[in-house]
Design a protein around this ligand. Sequence first.
Ligand code: ADP
Length: 257
Amino acid sequence: LNERIPVPGQPYELQQLGTKFNTLLEQIEDQFEREKSFVANASHELRTPLTSFRGHLNLLRRWGKKDLEVLDQSIHALSEESDRMERMMEQMLMIARNEHQQIRREKVDLSILVREAVEQFQPRDHVKFEKHIEEQVCVDGDKDQIRQIAVILLENAIRYTEEGKIRISLYDNGEKAVLQISDTGIGIPEEDQDKIFDRFYRVDKNRSRATGGTGLGLSIARQLVENHNGHIHLSSKEDEGSTFTVHLPTGDSPSAL
Ligand code: ADP
């Protein structure tokens, strides 16, 4: 892959072909590097729950029969870790599938879909939901993928808000469907804001882990939004909260699928 076609000095068509070939090679190399680092990160991330399993199994072996508190705590920790590991594996599969799958196209009523997604999470003790959902905001796309975007953003808003409010708004701005999920949670420091969409990136690994996070949600959300020719934007202030805004082309806008 390190070979390059020398471009200058060739007839024009050959130069063009060479340039195209080199660009393609670069793209293949990039993809190859991305996959290599994904596999390395993934195996590291899967090792963490395994280490924790081993630790708790040792505890159980030593104290499980004598100390009921150890028994309870370890069983609880093992069950949380295995749930998180399962989620991580599901999300990894989702990433692999997304990279090689064409998306289905159908008319999706976002208003219904977002309302259903929010209902799935209500009620919560520590957060209040506030909904401003316009009727019949429709896009062309894959229902499951779009639902997944809303679920990821809602899960994060709940996960990173200790006590406060989550505001969900949906409207059509004449060209795009705009879905906005705001929370009054911990916020994201400025220096981390452009990295949180990277796979496995977390501002605070322990906090993410303790609440069942995997570091993959936002990278999946961004990929799903881009599958629909949309974009996702974050604005956040530490200790004040975060707002994620998703723009998706509506059925009749020129950039729709
Ligand atoms: P995770 O499973 O860790 O939540 P994500 O990819 O969904 O992974 O998010 C990446 C990181 O971005 C999180 O670990 C967290 O640090 C930060 N983050 C995401 N959403 C929010 C939010 N609503 N408020 C504060 N931080 C957030």
